[in-house]
Design a protein around this ligand. Structure first.
Ligand code: CA
Length: 248
């Protein structure tokens, strides 16, 4: 699988990076492409750019390779035997795998399907393409690697949009400070779970000591006051705070 690294004769996998004069490998890219000539060009240019490359010609084999090898990026032909590129990407995302994907499309209808995925950081390239453009796009998706879209959390009439950093109650916006927002977002990330003051301090304020426990209490009081009856925050005496799903 690391044949390309060995072919170049300049680095081997799993070599400790502390060795001098060995450039840091930018990572392994899995290329899934059933056209052998195209796959070969893709591999050669990516290797020249310093990537390790593993290629597969078949969709299912490609999906298996991505799961097994955990590459830094995937170059995915859309039209593939056994499982097409869009289905491979959907499967990965459903499994919580947000490895950046560069789709390679051959037809306009394929472009439409890829764009329909709305997967944010990913990109596509239309055949025919220049191999240099391919390398530039792979580097681009790596730069934009953004993880899953920020969730919108809903508890009863309360809605918290992590991407837009907006909170509303029954559709009416509620103005929270940045700290209040982070505190509520942390609690709402895991309804029913009790967070201790130390946990909230470390994740919201970046503090590792307990001396700021009162700070947490004050901000919790402010969030409750702003949310009014819609506040889902409950106090666990002697433990910390949680948010609860509304009853009924
Ligand atoms: Ca194809």
């Amino acid at each position: 699988m690391f044949e390309e690294c060995q072919l170049l004769g300049r680095r081997r996998p799993y070599l400790p990076f502390r060795r001098l004069n060995v450039p840091m490998q930018p990572g392994l890219v899995v290329v899934v492409e059933d056209d052998a000539a195209i796959a070969d060009v893709q591999r050669r240019y990516l290797v020249a750019a310093g990537f390790g490359v593993h290629t597969e010609r078949d969709g299912r084999a490609g999906l298996d390779a991505i799961r097994r090898l955990r590459p830094v990026a995937v170059v995915l032909d859309v039209g593939l035997p056994s499982l097409d590129g869009v289905e491979i990407c959907r499967t990965l995302r459903a499994e919580g795998d947000w490895t950046p994907v560069l789709f390679v499309t051959a037809r306009d209808d394929e472009v439409d399907r890829v764009l329909g995925l709305e997967l944010g950081g990913d990109d596509y390239l239309t055949k025919p393409f220049s191999p240099r453009e391919l390398v530039a796009r792979v580097k681009g998706v790596l730069r934009r690697m953004s993880g899953p879209p920020a969730p919108v959390r809903v508890l009863g009439g309360l809605q918290l949009d992590e991407g837009r950093r907006e909170v509303s109650v029954d559709g009416r916006p509620v103005a929270l400070t940045a700290t209040e927002f982070d505190l509520l977002a942390k609690l709402m990330s895991s309804p029913g779970r009790v967070f201790t003051r130390e946990q909230l301090l470390s994740s919201v304020w970046g503090q590792a000591d307990y001396s700021g426990g009162r700070t947490v209490d004050v901000h919790i009081a402010q969030v409750r006051a702003k949310l009014g009856d819609a506040s889902p925050i409950t106090t666990r005496r002697g433990v910390g705070y949680a948010v609860e799903e509304p009853r009924g």
